[in-house]
Design a protein around this ligand. Structure first.
Ligand code: SAH
Ligand code: SF4
Length: 374
């Protein structure tokens, strides 16, 4: 189910775009003490629907805030749900008219948000809906944070909180490195959502220099590498950045990351029937990875329109997983959460765009660089 709502005007800056010092300065100019900043952040984290609803702030301050700021940089334009409401996917319009999406997945003991870091993606993997479209622009740190704040706002009435974040939505997080790292720090801010980096996964197609840089950030995030092939010839095709950073360099960088941070690297493998699910593929993977430092996640491919790929049958998936396990590696098979919600990255956007082409955004002048900064 996809529903669309009408956009409203977006003239004031979103409050989340203000750095700490800027908010303090603004409060000072409006005759308010510094502790109001903490109160405002607390309300944002608890999902206040408006400045007016922040009822322990003086009425004058609430009015000044409402006159000067928006609550969020994001405007929801479409929503879909699946798994009897346990999975919800939101499409948001950003300033500058581009759109991005995020998916909330509710489990018994945790709630995970799959977040976008770019409009489109410059890597162009042929099996991925995001990779099929044009690259738009990098998201700002507050636009990434706002996806999590909006998800929290929607979870709050049911008494639920966001516990985990995975950078597995649209875009290549390592190609928007500075904003992604800043957003991980914002997500961890105890005055905001307080989501520890330990509960954050950053997934990358393999921008080797950025992996080395991330290892030095002292941010204990989990690194996920989208491998999908264990020989260069096949990976050059499935994940084209492999031509720049081939498997040998990628796995060495991941190994260094695991050693520096003491955290196991997770390897993602989208299973494409007849393309990367043979015994040969499993054996090559077994030879490539160190079992002590890695974990393999198999993801059955979620169908994308206008592509020739096929997902695996249940039997061939089990066989492939067993074969990798027999090579000594830890393997899990990812559930197919959100299929009906078009939950693989870029799919809700692709569908909504077919229904209403203006959602693609026409603000090409707003785009910041045509490619990635690795
Ligand atoms: N660009 C980053 C993060 C976003 S993609 C990356 O590639 O790692 C997150 C994961 O979703 C990646 O492992 C990607 O390969 C996978 N993915 C993309 N399209 C998919 C599809 N149609 N079905 C299943 N997984 C998909
Ligand atoms: Fe980009 Fe990741 Fe999709 Fe590849 S799989 S096109 S890197 S979002």
């Amino acid at each position: 189910m996809v529903t669309a709502t009408l956009p409203s005007s977006a003239s004031c800056p979103p409050i989340t775009s203000l750095r700490s010092e800027a908010l303090l300065e603004w409060l000072d100019e409006h005759g308010q003490p510094a502790f109001r900043a903490k109160q405002i952040r607390g309300w944002l984290a608890r999902g206040a629907p408006s400045f007016e609803a922040m009822h322990d702030l003086p009425a004058g301050l609430r009015a000044d805030l409402a006159a000067g700021f928006r609550l969020s940089s994001l405007e929801p334009v479409a929503e879909s749900s699946a798994d009897r409401g346990l999975t919800t996917k939101l499409l948001y319009r950003l300033d500058g008219a581009f759109t991005v999406e995020s998916v909330t997945m509710r489990y018994p003991r945790r709630t995970t948000l799959c977040i976008s870091s770019q409009v489109g993606c410059p890597i162009g993997c042929p099996f991925c809906a995001t990779g099929q479209g044009k690259f738009g622009r990098n998201l700002k740190a507050h636009e990434i944070l706002d996806q999590a704040l909006d998800a929290s706002r929607r979870l709050a009435p049911a008494g639920k909180r966001l516990s985990h974040v995975v950078f597995m939505g649209m875009g290549e997080p390592m190609a928007n490195y500075a904003a992604v790292v800043e957003s991980v720090r914002l997500l961890a801010d105890p005055d905001l959502l307080g989501i520890s980096p330990r509960r954050v996964v950053v997934s990358t197609a393999g921008l080797v220099p950025r992996i080395a840089q991330l290892a030095e950030e002292k941010l204990p995030v989990t690194l996920a590498i989208s491998l999908h092939a264990a020989r260069d010839e096949l990976r050059d095709y499935l994940v084209p950045i492999n031509r720049r950073y081939p498997l040998g360099e990628l796995v060495a960088a991941a190994r260094d990351f695991a050693r520096t941070t003491g955290r196991r690297v997770s390897y993602e493998w989208v299973v494409l029937a007849g393309v990367n699910d043979s015994d040969r593929d499993a054996d090559e993977l077994g030879r490539l990875l160190d079992p002590y430092l890695s974990h393999v996640n198999l993801i059955p491919w979620n169908p994308v329109d206008d592509t020739e790929f096929k997902g695996p049958s249940r039997n061939s998936l089990t066989r492939f997983a067993d074969r990798i396990r027999s090579r000594g590696l830890n393997v899990t098979v990812r559930d197919t959460r959100g299929r009906e919600a078009d939950a693989a990255c870029g799919q809700l956007r692709a569908r909504a765009m077919r229904a209403e082409p203006t959602l693609a955004g026409n603000a090409i002048a707003d785009s910041e660089g045509s490619s990635f900064d690795a």
